[in-house]
Ligand binder design. Sequence first.
Ligand code: F1P
Length: 347
Amino acid sequence: VGPPDNQFTLLQRLQVLLSLEREILTSFQSAKRIIICACGTSWHAGLVGEYMLESLCKIPVEIEYASEFRYRSVVLRPDEDIVMVISQSGETADTLAALRHAKQAGCLVIGICNTVGSTIARETDGGIYLHAGPEIGVASTKAFTAQVLVLAMLALRIAQGRTIPDDEYKMLVKELSKLPSRITKILSENEAKICEIAKVYRYAHHCLFLGRGYNYPVALEGALKMKEISYIHAEGYPAAEMKHGPIALIDNLMPVVFIAMQDSIYDKVKSNIMEVRARKGCVIAITDEGNTELESLCEYVIHIPKVSECVSPILTVVPLQLLSYHIAVMRGCDVDMPRNLAKSVTT
Ligand code: F1P
């Protein structure tokens, strides 16, 4: 599903996806369980997808590391399960192996790939191309944004008229179509502040990324980008898990990045920020435009446009990608060709 090249606007792509092939749509709507398999950044996008499909479509979802999937005794039920594989390159060996494992068990396998004609795209039963354009660097960035966007569109299409009311569907589709201008705004309004933050923390040895709900996967992705391109040890955690171990690491040298959007769990995230502050941690927060109450609690606050909770990961990841990028450049790292990393992990 999807137009054949990059000349289409986001809105046109939305329209194509929203008219998703009837047959595939019916399979999703009658699925008892969706299993998502992917690696690295694509796994993080899949985790956002799990939250979306569960909350918007009310379908049970499992997210699996593709590298572990075939070694676990997951009970696959071809009549009830749909397996989705997500891969930027479409060539990742573990994701391909997971796909083959699921097909061998007789499951319908749907792919979300960026590379047209890639092995994974060819071997799936159907799928959605991202058309995000080639990732110039090795580390996935725009592919993540596009994967989450496609998962949101898919979830909305499955949920439309069934598990969400029509006005909510229309509101969310409208929000998706406004994302390009909002991302442009984040890039133009925050670059200078992010450079300033990068300058302060460029020699940090460790950092922590914390988020909850839809923004927990974004915390994981923020930490992965920091490791991949800046070679700074970073951990991503659900903010409340901090108390179960990572809190011991907090001191006045370790930056702690919070994704603290004013959503249904904002107050809980705010109390996690206070817990870090009480231990003299340096907090950098990503929050909504107009939220001024974090200024007194945090070293730095980055404001981004307010959107619905399920759409927010598409925006909140952008400042985190930029932060890793600027830190990497200031540390003299090659952001396009990080050491030891391969563009597609084919072995
Ligand atoms: C998965 C992945 C990327 C990562 C790096 C190594 O690739 O882990 O997320 O940035 O490029 O591979 P893919 O299956 O999404 O192509």
